[in-house]
Design a binder for this molecule. Sequence first.
Ligand code: UT7
Length: 325
Amino acid sequence: MSRFRSVVAGVGSYLPKNVLTNAALSKMVDTSDEWIRQRTGIHQRHIAAEGENTSDLGTIAAQRALQAAGMEAGEMDMLVVATATPDLTFPATATIIQKNIGMVRGFAFDVNAVCSGFLFALATADSFIARGQAKNALVIGAETFSRILDWEDRSTCVLFGDGAGAIVLSGEPGAPGMGERGVVHSYLRSDGRFTELLYVDGGPSSTKTVGHLRMSGNQVFRHAITNISSSIAKVLDDTGLTISDVDWFVPHQANQRILEGVSRRLGIPEERVITTVSQHGNTSAGSIPLALDAGVQDGRVKEGDLVLMEALGGGFTWGAALVRM
Ligand code: UT7
């Protein structure tokens, strides 16, 4: 079986227009700008408008990624959407985006690994490309967490926002080596014993409702730092690379203090961390490609740079990936 490496051909993202500041939130629940900034680093989040769905956010991010790649929707063989907030119970948000962008070939499906979803979608698309089962793939992380928040629960509603990011992956012959562009390695984990620490208390089969997000933030925080650090150590160990080989750390944007905790543990210099959490809060599966796009747009992340991604989310699910841009 031939082997291909999955090269990032383009990156795009989209944030809804409506901005909800900490000051505005402090009029809705018993919180303050000072508490939110100090504990999370978040200054504001974007909220999808009435009638603006996850697929709408994902569609714009996908179109921007295609434009950046100089490619057409008709060239895509595969479209994967990481989301925990689909438009509908079914069909998959991926098929809605497939229709929206005018992709009338290949296949599209969703993956749900919550905040780690983008890593799971990336690894899935990479596997299809590596085996030659798809040449070009759109990998999208898109969420409207505002729809599953309990807006009376100050311990969770201040943390999340809506947004989407996307990348186009394109297969090029040859196994991923250390110097060539492409997905170098990824590592995925889950452990269902921790469900009750981060979950949504509803769903089609259990309650016939959508439900609200529930989180024991403190405990998730501790697991995040430990599990993210060990995933990063694993991908570096497997590839024989070290932190000093990594040009950019593009983490899931949940909390500034988690990013700092992981960076401190692993000796990642602050100036090599791409941080966007202050601008949009935790956008779950949207956050890694949103941060990657920010780094590409402002010229920090360049072709050939080695990017390290990581996340932990509900499940728990977690993992890390190394990508040579
Ligand atoms: O992406 C998925 C993964 N999710 C995460 O990674 C989130 C991980 N967890 C976190 O980011 C942090 O745990 C939080 C930001 C959620 C909370 O920070 P913390 O430092 O762990 O605070 P805490 O939960 O221990 O709460 C401290 C205090 C409590 O009051 P008492 O019991 O000390 O009187 C809370 O009631 O802060 C209170 N509190 C708030 N106060 C003002 C909780 N939420 C708020 C709020 N405003 N919004």
